[in-house]
Design a protein around this ligand. Structure first.
Ligand code: ADP
Length: 497
């Protein structure tokens, strides 16, 4: 069949010259490409050469008659539409021709309009058939493109150096890449299809993945990274996220595993070093401090005023060094994971009330207001070392007091955020520029400007707070605007959630 898009070829076969040439003229005028033949055998030859889409075929011709030509054309290509031309007397033959596969017929003699109508109807059918075929081809192409895209994404996931594991909404593993099996020490032939705990031998992580898979973290950006150690002494960090559908419904969870063993070993060596140095420094410094105190006490009435001042300054400095070393030791203990060694069930409302009561006098000394806003319903308990929680909130509230001007306001707001207890320490104090915000949790980092320069501190408070929050499986975030104040938000997972 003719493959030209748009232009349709017609072959007019008639032994009557007037009809042949008359039809050719009419059809050319309305845009068809027209070929003519005056006999059956000639028609078949032309048809083979030009592949017409439509054949106008006179049934009564000398030599090979129309019916025979029709049969040959049908054999050549069933898609060619044959319109038979027939006299009134041979309508019956026309009907027989239709039964043999002719598409339509036009009685002789015919008006130009009749010819146009019949041929246009056939041409329309051809166009529709071509359009349908084009659509079908496009559909096949799109499907095969999709197929290629799918296998390309699959190959990329398969070759990722990080471990990737995906669960469905009921916590069943539906995808696991080779790196993930390698990192988790699984049999390379182990495929997807089982529950998450069969792949991850860490109860906390399995529980977290189940919760995410069931959609408990969809509305909150509060999923902590989870670090765990395998029996082979490999440390892994898992980062998990819900997989959301178009309507934000949870379809499951995706996990990314990274080997952090080298980082952990370096970190441990560093902590051990700091711990050792701190230990070595602490005793001699304490001795110097005590001796200075004794000397100052003894000489208070005999030494000139200036010497007394120098000794007092020296004593203050040694006190500063002792608390710095204390902080360093705390930090090393947190990093070694031995600070939270006595976890208990704790009611955070009571603990915060005590801390706020305790620090109120310090705030009052700077004419600051310090208020605690608890939710109307009692908070769920959390499992933690009470000293760790005191250190976290004590540090944050003390900072808010230290870095807020006289007469400022400090609020501690507590509420629930999903499965977490959320505590916000809000002040309207000095605030910090954006560039400092991701550095203040680094050791020894302090923001130095005209307002903070003379405030003493070690720059270790926030690293301690962060270390403790991490060890409790929580998250800490900060927002701050210079001159307007800061908000530190702590999210801690509640018990039995
Ligand atoms: P320190 O208070 O001993 O300097 P921290 O680690 O607690 O150490 O805090 C680090 C720095 O972060 C502080 O020096 C201070 O510049 C800034 N900072 C902490 N809390 C606040 C706050 N509430 N408002 C403004 N700046 C703060």
């Amino acid at each position: 069949m003719n493959n030209d898009v748009g232009a349709i070829r017609i072959l007019v076969v008639d032994d009557e010259r007037d009809i042949r040439e008359g039809s050719e003229r009419i059809l050319k005028r309305i845009g068809f490409i027209v070929h003519i033949a005056d006999r059956g055998d000639v028609a078949l030859k032309v048809a083979k050469e030009v592949h017409p889409a439509i054949v106008l075929l006179d049934l009564k011709m000398p030599g090979m008659d129309g019916m025979e030509v029709l049969e040959h054309i049908r054999q050549m290509d069933e898609g060619i539409l044959v319109i038979v031309i027939t006299g009134y007397a041979t309508v019956e033959t026309a009907i027989t021709a239709m039964k043999q596969g002719a598409y339509d017929f036009i009685p002789k003699p015919f008006e130009p309009d009749q010819l146009r109508i019949v041929v246009n109807r056939a041409a329309e059918k051809i166009r529709l058939t071509r359009d349908a075929r084009k659509l079908e081809e496009e559909k096949t192409r799109t499907l095969s493109d999709l197929d290629t895209e799918k296998s390309r994404i699959r190959s990329i996931i398969e070759s990722l150096p990080d471990g990737v594991l995906v669960t469905n909404a009921s916590g069943k593993v539906v995808l696991i890449n080779p790196s993930c099996k390698h990192l988790l020490n699984l049999d390379p032939d182990m495929g997807p299809g089982r529950q998450i705990e069969d792949y991850v031998q860490d109860e906390t992580l399995s529980k977290l993945v189940m919760e995410i898979s069931k959609g408990r973290h969809v509305d909150y950006d509060d999923i902590p990274d989870h670090e765990f150690i395998l029996p082979t002494d490999t440390y892994l960090r898992a980062r998990a996220q819900p997989v959301l559908g178009e309507r934000k419904e949870c379809l499951g969870a995706v996990l990314n595993f990274v080997d952090i063993t080298t980082m952990k070993v370096l970190d441990r060596l560093k902590s051990e070093f700091v711990a050792k140095v701190s230990h070595e420094l602490r005793s001699p410094l304490s001795t110097i401090h005590e001796q200075l105190a004794m000397v100052i006490g003894d000489l208070v009435n005999t030494t000139p005023q200036q010497d007394h001042h120098i000794l007092t300054r020296a004593k203050e400095k040694t006190q500063g060094m002792i608390s710095l070393i204390g902080d360093l030791l705390d930090l090393s203990r947190i990093e070694e994971g031995i600070i939270c060694h006595e976890p208990k069930s704790i009611r955070l409302d009571d603990l915060l009330t005590n801390i706020v009561d305790f620090l109120s006098s310090r705030a009052a000394a700077s004419r600051q207001t310090l208020t605690l806003n608890l939710p109307p319903h009692p908070l769920p308990e959390i499992t933690a070392d009470p000293l760790a929680l005191e250190s976290i909130f004590g540090n944050l509230i003390t900072n808010a007091i230290n870095y807020t001007q006289e007469g400022g306001r400090i609020r501690v707001d507590v509420d629930m955020a999903g499965i977490n207890i959320r505590v916000k320490v809000v002040d309207n104090g000095f605030g910090m520029a954006e560039k400092h915000l991701d550095k203040i949790f680094d050791r020894f980092y302090r923001v130095k400007d005209d307002r903070t320069r003379y405030i003493t501190g070690t720059g270790l408070g926030l690293p301690i707070v962060k270390g403790l929050v991490d060890s409790l499986g929580g998250i800490i975030e900060v927002e701050s605007t210079p001159g307007e104040g800061s908000t530190f938000t702590v999210l801690l997972p509640a018990q039995n959630s």
